[in-house]
Ligand binder design. Sequence first.
Ligand SMILES: [Zn+2]
Ligand SMILES: [Zn+2]
Length: 146
Amino acid sequence: MSHEGIRIVSEETARRESAAEQRLPAEVVTPLKVRVMKSEGTGVAIEWKDGHHSAWNFAWLRAGCPCATCNEERNASGRKPGEVKPSAPTGPLVLYQAPPRPVDVTPVGKYAIRFKWNDGHESGIYSWDYLRRVCQCDDCRNSSSI
Ligand SMILES: [Zn+2]
Ligand SMILES: [Zn+2]
């Protein structure tokens, strides 16, 4: 036995590596067309280089925010990305919450997209890789191991 297999990796690298256990081929995570239906308020549709189509509504994307805070919150409550948080019981008081909608959408380099949501949250960076992994089409949902 040797120690050649031992590598010192930063916590961040380790986290990134475990998230990307199986690397997806480039054409799978490269969008040809990204449509953000911001004024319609419906969601995001992506046509990928491999011919696959994906779509998410904004409620899903907000609940699936990949930032560290939202990730922790989801892990703590056992929710999957995109699963909406059950609203806390408020007794007779009914709070109306505006449906999630981005007020601003900006590309992040060539690899991701960033939303500023109408609730003020804006730390989530949605990489193409992440989005492809959480594709909501029937095929992907049935074959997904997540
Ligand atoms: Zn977040
Ligand atoms: Zn799919």
